[in-house]
Write a protein that binds this ligand. Structure first.
Ligand code: NAD
Length: 470
C-alpha cells in the first residue's frame, strides 16, 4: 500500500498547500513507491516563517547546549538505523553495505559538529592597546536553505545540516524529489531528540517548484546546494542577484593515477571500488584511471577480473531513475568496444530494475565523451601515460576539479603531484577523506567547503565589536 509523506514544518507533519502529491519508484524493480507532498512557494513560505521564528532562540543557546542536542540526534539516527536504511532502500535500491555506510556517516556528521562547536567557530580578542576592548564573534545567518541530490540522500543532508545547526542557524531542507523519505524521517527524529520546533523544516517537491521557491525566498539568508552543474549555475545566478552567500558542491570526473611502482593490488581495489560504490553515482568517484604504460595492460586485466565478479543487487544497486539509466546507456552506446560490460541486463532479476553492467573501457581518447563527461554510473575508463608530466596533464585535462587519487611507491612523487593537481582534495596511496577533511571543488566542481572545521565557518558570519573603555 502506498504511504503519503507530508512536509515536516514547525515540528509536525503538514500536508501540501496545493493538495498535490509526487509519485516515486523503486529502481530495483520499477514498482511504484510512496508518494510525497508536491511542495511549492506556499509550503516554502510556511517553512521559512517557522525557521525565522525559531532560529534566534536556538542561536541564543550555548554551543554546549546545541552540541548536546546534536549528540541526541546522532543517537536517534543510530538507534533508528534500520528504519532509515529501509526508507532509503525503497527509493534508491541501494545494497545493505552501502546503506549502512551512509547512515554511519550521517551519525558521524552530527557527532563531529556536536563536539567541535564547543571549541571552534568562536571569535577572538584583538589587542589594540589600553582602553579598548575589541573582539570578534561568529553569528549564524538565521534561515539557511539546503538543497540536496538523490545519490547519497541522508548523508548529504546531514553533511550540511549538522554544521549549519551547530552554529545556531535554522534550516529549511529541500531533498531530491526522488529520495525525500530519509530527510523527512531525520527531521522527525531530530524533533524527538529535542531540536526545537521550526529549527529544522523539510519541504519536499521538485526543483522548479520547491527548490526555486526556496532559493528566491527573501527570508532565506544563505544557501547550500549539492547537485548538478546545471542547477548550480542557475542557483549561482539567483544568489548573485540577491547577494546571497552560497555553497556549491557540484559534479566531477575525477582521476585516479597509478604509477608502475605503486602497490597494484591496492590500486586495483581502489579503482574497482570507485566503479562499484553506489554504482558509480558518487560525485567524487575516481573513474578516470590514468595508468603508467608499462603496467597498463596488467592493471586492466586485474580490474576486469574483479569487475566481472560483481553481482547486481548484492555488490551494487541500480541507477536511480529511468532518465539516468537512459542517459548512461546512451553514453555507452556512443562508445563501442568496452573490455567488459557495456549495456543493461537482459535477463534475470536485474533486468526488471535499472541495473547497468559494470563497464570498463581501455585506452580511450582523452577527448571522448565517455572520458570527459560525468557518467554517474558504473563505468571506468583508462588512459595510459608515459611519465609524470603526461599524467599531470591528463589529470587536469578536465572541466572539473573535485577529487584526485595518486598511487605510487614514491611518496615524494605522490605529494609533489598532490600539490600540483587542480582538485579540492587529493588522496595519496588511499589516504582517507573523512568527516574531518574539508570537501569541495575547484573549477566547475563548485565553491565553498563542506565537512571539517571549514564548514562551521561557512554557516556563520563574522562580527567585530570594538569598545572604547574610556
Ligand atoms: P540536480 O541538480 O538535478 O538536483 C539536485 C537538487 O536540486 C534536487 O533537490 C533538485 O530537486 C534541486 N533542483 C533542481 N533544479 C532546481 C532549480 N531550478 N532550483 C532549485 N533547486 C533545483 O542534481 P541530481 O541529478 O539530483 O544530482 C546529481 C548531481 O549531483 C551530479 O552532478 C553529482 O555530481 C552532484 N553531486 C555533487 C556532490 C558534491 O558534494 N560535490 C555530491 C553528490 C552529488
Amino acid at each position: 500500500m502506498t504511504t503519503r509523506h507530508e512536509h515536516w514544518i514547525d515540528g509536525r507533519s503538514q500536508p501540501p498547500a496545493s493538495g498535490a502529491w509526487m509519485p516515486t519508484l523503486d529502481p530495483a524493480t520499477r514498482e511504484p513507491g510512496d508518494d510525497f507532498a508536491a511542495g511549492g512557494p506556499a509550503d516554502v513560505s510556511r517553512a521559512v516563517a517557522a525557521s525565522d521564528v525559531a532560529w534566534r532562540g536556538w542561536a541564543a543557546r550555548s554551543p554546549a547546549e546545541r552540541g548536546a542536542v546534536l549528540h541526541a540526534i546522532a543517537d536517534a539516527i543510530e538507534t533508528d538505523t534500520d528504519t532509515l536504511m529501509r526508507l532509503e532502500r525503497a527509493c534508491t535500491g541501494k545494497v545493505p553495505a552501502q546503506l549502512r555506510l551512509e547512515v554511519d556517516m550521517s551519525v558521524a556528521y552530527f557527532r563531529y559538529y556536536a563536539g567541535v562547536v564547543r571549541a571552534a567557530g568562536q571569535g577572538s580578542v584583538i589587542e589594540q592597546g589600553a582602553g579598548v576592548h575589541t573582539y570578534t564573534r561568529y553569528e549564524p545567518y538565521g534561515v539557511v536553505g539546503v538543497i540536496t541530490p538523490w545519490n547519497l540522500p541522508l548523508n548529504q543532508a546531514c553533511r550540511s545540516l549538522a554544521p549549519a545547526l551547530a552554529m545556531g542557524n535554522a534550516v529549511v531542507a529541500k531533498p531530491s524529489e526522488f529520495t525525500s523519505a530519509s530527510t523527512l524521517h531525520l527531521a522527525r527524529l531530530a524533533s524527538r531528540a529535542g531540536l526545537p520546533d521550526g529549527v529544522l523544516n523539510v519541504v519536499t517537491g521538485t526543483g522548479p517548484q520547491a527548490g526555486e521557491a526556496l532559493a528566491a525566498h527573501p527570508g532565506v539568508r544563505r544557501l547550500a546546494f549539492t547537485g548538478s552543474v546545471a542547477t548550480g549555475r542557475y542557483l549561482a545566478g539567483v544568489a548573485g542577484g540577491r547577494l546571497l552567500p552560497l555553497t556549491l558542491e557540484l559534479g566531477g570526473r575525477s582521476p585516479i593515477m597509478v604509477f608502475a611502482d605503486a602497490d597494484l593490488e591496492r590500486a586495483v581495489t581502489a579503482a574497482v571500488a570507485a566503479l562499484a560504490a553506489n554504482v558509480g553515482q558518487v560525485c567524487s568517484a575516481t573513474t578516470r584511471l590514468l595508468v603508467e604504460e608499462s603496467v597498463h595492460d596488467e592493471m586492466v586485466d586485474r580490474i576486469v577480473a574483479a569487475v566481472e565478479r560483481l553481482r547486481p543487487g548484492v555488490d551494487f544497486g541500480p541507477l536511480i531513475t529511468e532518465a539516468q539509466y537512459r542517459r548512461v546507456l546512451d553514453l555507452l552506446a556512443g562508445q563501442p568496444g568496452p573490455v567488459t560490460g557495456g549495456g543493461p541486463y537482459t535477463d534475470g532479476p536485474a533486468a526488471r530494475g535499472l541495473y547497468v553492467r559494470p563497464t570498463v573501457y581501455a585506452r580511450v581518447e582523452p577527448t571522448a565523451r565517455i572520458a570527459r563527461e560525468e557518467v554517474f554510473g558504473p563505468v571506468l575508463v583508462t588512459l595510459p601515460f608515459r611519465d609524470e608530466a603526461e599524467a599531470l596533464a591528463l589529470a587536469d585535462d578536465s572541466d572539473y576539479g573535485l577529487v584526485a587519487a595518486v598511487w605510487s611507491g614514491d611518496l615524494a612523487r605522490g605529494l609533489r603531484l598532490a600539490e600540483r593537481i587542480e582538485a579540492g582534495q587529493v588522496a595519496v596511496n588511499g589516504g582517507p577523506l573523512t568527516v574531518e577533511t574539508p570537501f569541495g571543488g575547484y573549477r566547475r566542481s563548485g565553491y565553498g567547503r563542506e565537512k571539517g572545521l571549514a564548514a562551521l565557518y561557512e554557516y556563520a558570519q563574522l562580527k567585530t565589536v570594538s569598545a572604547a573603555l574610556r
